[in-house]
Design a binder for this molecule. Structure first.
Ligand code: ATP
Length: 285
């Protein structure tokens, strides 16, 4: 059995432009990996199977068959290298990333699956080639492969690694009910038909924009009760919307400050995690 891991992410900044004729949105984003990670093990099987476990909200929503992103990634990988009838595999996923929380858990699983299968099928693909396959699976998969901090352009798949981001302590507050990424983007097209401005120089000036998320008005339109939570800051920076939500995040460079805030968050009765940023990307374990 071969195992790989990949991290969940937040977008430190998420700028989304208008809907393009090809159905995609242009984005400029600063992606940041978190210490929360997924583990994906692969082994040959009679049919494509996925078993996911973990004490995370929404675990029951994870598909157990061919519509799971790890199987979609496996088939995209096989097609890329010209294998017509790939060996079906069983995937065992240990999840730490809440499902449908805007933290790219499914994309992290796909990234880990690509790394594990590259080894299991002895393909020898480079990181760049895996990223090309990953981009076909989902816009967040190339970042889940790369990890750390990165500037993303295009649909989010054209990445430049950023080296100087300081470590941040991050509190994530989860909602009981996820928000579908597609639903949030559809609402975005309604509430901001002209899109938000997308800055090609974002990598040079993002520090002042940390927390900006173009999808916020759309997420609030769909989930008005998020407004109350977003107004609380627990003495930290935030709250900010993670990706397409509904996860809300706060940060501090100081661990004692973050810990004190985390105690407050728990006293309010919120379901939350205190984590920190990670320099890691997808890798074999
Ligand atoms: P993103 O921010 O990348 O859009 P997300 O973090 O909001 O995603 P995910 O946890 O990736 O959301 O999952 C969204 C949906 O994708 C789930 O409701 C589920 O139906 C489907 N899905 C497919 N494969 C997976 C997987 N391996 N893990 C979680 N969800 C998956």
């Amino acid at each position: 059995m071969i195992t790989a891991k990949a991290q969940g992410k937040i977008n430190l900044v998420f700028q989304v432009g208008p809907l393009r004729p090809d159905g995609y949105h242009e984005v400029a984003s600063i992606y940041q990996a978190l210490m929360l990670e997924e583990s994906v093990s692969v082994e040959p099987s009679d049919s494509w199977l996925v078993e996911a476990s973990g004490r995370v909200p929404g675990i029951e929503l994870v598909p157990t068959g061919e519509d799971n992103l790890v199987v979609i990634a496996a088939k995209a990988l096989a097609e890329h290298v010209g294998i017509a009838n790939p060996q079906p595999m069983k995937f065992t996923i240990l999840k730490q990333i809440p499902v449908a929380g805007g933290m790219a858990g499914g994309s992290a699983d796909a990234a880990a699956a690509l790394v594990a299968l590259n080894q299991a099928w002895e393909l020898g693909l480079t990181a760049e080639e895996l990223a090309v396959v990953g981009a076909k699976v989902g816009a967040d998969v190339p970042f889940a492969l790369l990890g750390g901090t990165a500037f993303g352009r295009g649909t989010g798949t054209e990445l430049t690694k950023l080296e100087n981001q300081k470590e941040l302590h991050v509190i994530l507050i989860f909602s009981n009910e996820g928000l579908s990424t597609k639903t949030v983007f559809d609402a975005f097209d309604q509430v901001m038909p002209d899109g938000d401005s997308v800055d090609s120089e974002l990598a040079n000036n993002y520090q002042d924009l940390i927390g900006h998320n173009s999808l916020l008005p759309a997420a609030l339109a769909l989930r008005p009760q998020l407004a109350q939570l977003l107004e609380l800051n627990f003495g930290l920076n935030g709250g900010y919307l993670s990706g397409s939500g509904p996860t809300v995040w706060y940060y501090s460079e100081s661990y004692p400050k973050a810990l004190a805030a985390f105690e407050m968050v728990k006293a309010f009765g919120y379901k939350a995690i205190l984590t920190r940023t990670s320099p890691l990307g997808a890798r074999l374990t």
